[in-house]
Design a protein around this ligand. Structure first.
Ligand SMILES: [Zn+2]
Length: 391
């Protein structure tokens, strides 16, 4: 058998090879034929350099929960997409009727994707900023699923959250920059598009521009200023690639939520974990079950197999992300804590919004009574809040 697995001595190489190695397929066949023969399991495990123990007792949500409870699972990576934000009221991009692309007629675009095309944006920035006003982050509250990820962080289990979303709801839920890879960028910061300048602007500055109907222009060079979301024709953030190489080989459990795994290179991340790492998908439909040959990493998700030798611990939980996370939290004994967190944080966001509204009204009242004075007050207020942030 050993001579049958010439590549098995180097697992790194096995992971990086494009198609699933024939040896793995061969092992699946053998184990199917002799499911009770433990020595075969041990032999293959040793040959491939992986633990002979099954990682999951069963390929269900319960199985994954007891794996976490066993204490053996210390580094969880979450991969998330638009599906985790739909219950917050944010449209996803590709749904036929309700998706973003299906509702862009009013902007007279040559084709829907043009709104996120960097060349189109540089000539016609108006549609993007009109859409940004509609979808502005901060008008939405994080979902149960976002808070579940925060709970993983609080429990010391979250290695990193890789998000395709640009709505910043992960940050609103309490994840910090260090916890997050915003693979498709973020509204959190903005930059001047001129390569010579690249001046950075913060969220407050961009928010003011977006809501004042101004097209944001750089103070320094008058070029356009664009939120740091990744447009078509732009590279993914460097941190995506550096963190990916560091994080995935150390991952004990990959939780994939709310993504149809259609956009590369993000989707290929599922193939970056080690052979012994279970992968849990919580989604409305099974995703990522592509043929190993068409999967760039050679490691497609496979929910079809009823047996596993640590290699095939893929679990699909078909539900909304919120329901899936609640069910998962329930199995982990965290449900009350999660519900409490959601309630508390949503109340905080509501009361902050109310405060801002009241402050807004007061300010507009002031503006009517004396524009110059209120300008001064706002300026000094800003300076003060700036100080507070620095502190
Ligand atoms: Zn500039």
């Amino acid at each position: 058998f050993v001579s049958y697995f010439p590549e098995a001595s180097n697992r790194e190489e096995v992971e990086d090879n494009t198609p699933e190695p024939e040896s793995h397929i061969f092992i699946r066949i053998i184990i199917c034929l002799f499911p009770t023969v433990d020595f075969l399991r041990n032999l293959f495990s040793k040959t491939l350099g992986i633990s002979g123990e099954k990682v999951l007792d069963e390929l269900t949500l319960e199985g994954v929960a007891s794996y976490i409870q066993s204490g053996k699972c210390k580094n969880i990576i979450c991969m998330v997409g638009a599906g985790i934000s739909t219950s917050a009221g944010i449209p996803d991009f590709r749904s036929p009727d309700t998706g973003l692309y299906a509702n862009l007629q009013k902007y007279n675009l040559p084709y829907p994707e043009a709104i996120f095309q960097i060349d189109y944006f540089k000539k016609h920035p108006e549609p993007f900023f009109a859409l940004a006003r509609e979808l502005y982050p901060g008008q939405f509250k994080p979902t149960v699923c976002h808070y579940f990820i925060k709970l993983l962080k609080d429990k010391g289990l979250l290695k990193r959250c890789y998000s395709q979303n640009i709505d910043t709801l992960e940050r609103v839920a309490g994840l910090e920059g260090e916890d997050l890879i915003e693979a498709h960028g973020t509204f959190y910061t903005s930059h001047c598009v001129s390569f010579m300048c690249r001046k950075e602007y913060d969220l407050d500055w961009m928010k003011e521009k977006i809501f004042s109907d101004d097209i944001p222009k750089c103070d320094k060079c008058s070029s356009l200023v664009k939120p740091d979301i990744v447009f078509f024709g732009e590279n993914l953030p460097k941190r995506f690639f550096t963190s990916m190489a560091m994080d995935f080989p150390r991952c004990d459990l990959l939780i994939i939520m709310g993504t149809s795994l259609q956009v590369q290179p993000f989707a290929a991340l599922v193939g970056r974990v080690s052979n012994s790492c279970p992968r849990l998908l919580i989604n409305l439909e099974k995703a990522g079950g592509v043929s190993p040959l068409s999967c760039p990493s050679g490691f497609a998700l496979d929910f079809s197999s009823s047996i596993h030798l640590c290699i095939l611990a893929d679990v699909a939980h078909i539900s909304t992300c919120d329901d899936g996370c609640l069910a998962f939290a329930d199995l982990l004994g965290w449900k009350a804590e999660l519900e409490e967190m959601v309630k508390r944080e949503h109340e905080k966001i509501n009361s902050k919004a109310e405060e801002e509204q009241t402050a807004g009204k007061a300010e507009s009242g002031k503006a009517e009574s004396g524009k110059a004075e209120s300008g001064k007050a706002a300026e000094s207020g800003k300076a003060e809040s700036g100080k507070a942030e620095v502190e």
